[in-house]
Design a protein around this ligand. Sequence first.
Ligand SMILES: NC(=O)c1ccc[n+]([C@@H]2O[C@H](COP(=O)([O-])OP(=O)(O)OC[C@H]3O[C@@H](n4cnc5c(N)ncnc54)[C@H](O)[C@@H]3O)[C@@H](O)[C@H]2O)c1
Ligand SMILES: C[C@@H](O)[C@H](N)C(=O)O
Length: 373
Amino acid sequence: MAIVKNLSRTLSQLLQSPGCGCQTSIVPVRCIGVSPRQVNSDASFHSVSFSETDHPRVLITGGLGQLGVGLAKLLRKRFGKNNVILSDIRKPPDHVFYNGPFIYSDILDYKNLREIVVNNRITWLFHYSALLSAVGEANVPLARAVNITGLHNILDIAAEHSLRLFVPSTIGAFGPTSPRNPTPDLCIQRPRTIYGVSKVHAELMGEYYHYRYGLDFRCLRYPGIISADSQPGGGTTDYAVQIFHDAIKNGKFQCNLRSDTRLPMMYIDDCLKATLDVMEAPAASLSMRTYNISAMSFSPEELVQEVKKHIPELQVTYNVDAVRQAIADSWPMNFDDSNARRDWGWKHDFDLSELVTTMFNILGSDSRVAQIN
Ligand SMILES: NC(=O)c1ccc[n+]([C@@H]2O[C@H](COP(=O)([O-])OP(=O)(O)OC[C@H]3O[C@@H](n4cnc5c(N)ncnc54)[C@H](O)[C@@H]3O)[C@@H](O)[C@H]2O)c1
Ligand SMILES: C[C@@H](O)[C@H](N)C(=O)O
């Protein structure tokens, strides 16, 4: 009986304090072949390994997608061009290649990742590689490999080298049984896509590594992100980017979601600002490690009305894609991000009308609007 009591006391102490349990033992993370992936218990996971006056040394994985290049630009402004390395498995266009460090990195290659982290003395890692919701459903084995096996590699590397790790999650981490209007941070999560399942897995594994090994894991659940100078990578919210390009190019747009499909959305600048803010937030201010962030929520018909203020003759038709519609119908309609606002001061700058005006300003619709008037 006494043994059972002692065991349960030790276990409850372990579960209550972050970074607990790493004081006295070597914690095996994973052993593969001749490279024992072990985390030394003495590693000071909570203190980042650069001094307060130094800038972090940053690696971004999956950096050539919709969000990575913009993130690199923001981080380079803050920490210096050479302190931020973009990586991907694709060939970078000239404007990316000549604008700062870029290297090849396949997140499924653990040794290559480790080499990059060690050789470049990386201290912060932004893990952007993923297959999004629609392309994930089209290739489940690849999505499982990249989104789950790849994440395991990232977590182990981050724990081994005491990195501060950011992994984005998504509105897609919720499912039809979650409260949808609004969706709070903590509620039932039973997504029906491989993308959503892998993101819930990422949230839970990151938090587990935080509480078990003290990994400085930080995670935001992004809404659908809208950007002007980068294309989305195959998600359910892609229509909200495509409409701007099609409206400007030929004044016609065919929407693949039903006109009343309401989803949380955000302009890219807000998303990247939130990402940097949560990474810079003092650990003591974070009451959780995974936060919803929100800015606006709209349906295709509401977006169309706003776009028509700039291009009144826009013609819209609906040709619903069954896979995407089923996904969207299972996702949150509105996101409750009150914890992020309270804990680390999250605040969005762009509402729907500012978003649409900004998109047209960047994409250069002025001449078209002028022609119409
Ligand atoms: N864009 C959004 O609306 C949105 C919303 C919520 C969450 N997120 C998350 O933010 C992150 C970035 O999103 P994004 O829109 O830029 O994605 P994206 O699909 O545009 O880009 C993903 C990148 O991952 C790379 N990649 C694929 N397999 C890889 C591998 N084996 N090794 C290394 N890289 C690999 C791809 O080449 C691609 O450039 C993702 O994790 C995504 O889940 C995005
Ligand atoms: C919402 C987000 O995760 C992505 N844009 C998708 O639709 O898959």
